[in-house]
Unconditional design. Structure first.
Length: 143
């Protein structure tokens, strides 16, 4: 359906008002990888902001949604963005979310942190997060 819609309206994403262009971040905030994937397929931007001025990648990290983080990285999500209410990167949001997330027990924080580090996220100055997250960070040299 998205492909058909884009065939008829190839510049659909560019025509959306600013509020409509934030929907990838809103879907990520709601931990809805299916909606986010469809929106990214429809060429909606990934480097836009939702609640707390957080990007889609911040929310994917907070929820430990490795699938969504991987998708966003493939579409050049800003990995070191700190222009949010908490002045923290997506990696910081993953570490925090692994302990304090809305549904932390369901997230794949180990996988999400691995994806962020593989994509070039800067290492934090100190260990934080669950033991699984700390293990990944230790393997990358964080003490």
């Amino acid at each position: 359906m998205v492909t058909s819609l884009l065939t008829r309206n190839p510049d659909l994403a560019e025509k959306l008002p600013p509020a409509g262009r934030r929907n990838v971040a809103h879907a990520a905030r709601n931990n809805d990888a299916i909606a986010a994937r469809l929106m990214v397929t429809a060429r909606l931007p990934v480097n836009v902001f939702s609640q707390h001025h957080a990007s889609a990648l911040h929310w994917a990290a907070f929820h430990g949604n490795a699938e969504l983080a991987q998708l966003l990285m493939k579409h050049h999500a800003a990995i070191e963005d700190t222009n949010n209410e908490y002045k923290s990167t997506p990696l910081n949001w993953a570490m925090y979310g692994s302990v304090n997330g809305w549904h932390a027990e369901q997230g794949d924080y180990h996988g999400t942190v691995s994806i962020l580090l593989k994509a070039g996220a800067k290492l934090p100055k100190q260990l934080s997060g669950t033991e699984a997250v700390k293990e990944v960070l230790r393997k990358h040299g964080v003490k």
